[in-house]
Design a protein around this ligand. Structure first.
Ligand code: SF4
Ligand code: SF4
Length: 116
């Protein structure tokens, strides 16, 4: 009887959304300019979701969220805190290639010339 009088515990998604809980594990992301190309994240990833393209401080990352199991191992092992967990958990794609993100380094801005 009490359950009949209570509000339903389910939400009317997508009109109602749940607030992500603190410390939830969802999609991971990279602040790629901090990456040193050590490849530890590639080695530790149990589902081969990460590819390192290039070497050293010029290396870039390709991340396949379709393979990711959101274990957070890459976040834990990264020595430069380049990888972080986001709160993105609504992951819907219509093409498999949309699941792959390439993290590219930003080009360094040239110093403005002070000559006049
Ligand atoms: S969270 Fe886990 S599965 Fe996903 S990319 Fe990182 S190590 Fe791989
Ligand atoms: S573990 Fe961190 S520093 Fe090493 S390659 Fe991965 S993102 Fe770059």
């Amino acid at each position: 009887m009490r359950n009949l009088l209570e509000k339903p515990s389910t939400l009317r998604f997508p009109y109602e959304r749940m607030e992500p809980v603190e410390r939830m594990r969802a999609k991971v992301s990279w602040q790629i300019d901090k990456c040193i190309g050590c490849s530890l994240c590639v080695k530790v990833c149990p589902s081969a979701a990460i590819k390192l393209i290039g070497r050293g401080r010029k290396a870039e990352i390709e991340y396949n969220v379709g393979r990711c199991i959101f274990c957070g191992e890459c976040v834990e092992i990264c020595p430069t805190q380049t990888i972080f967990t986001t709160k993105e958990y609504e992951l819907t794609f219509t093409r498999t290639r949309q699941m792959v993100t390439r993290f590219r380094r930003t080009k360094k801005k040239r110093k403005a010339s002070s000559k006049k």
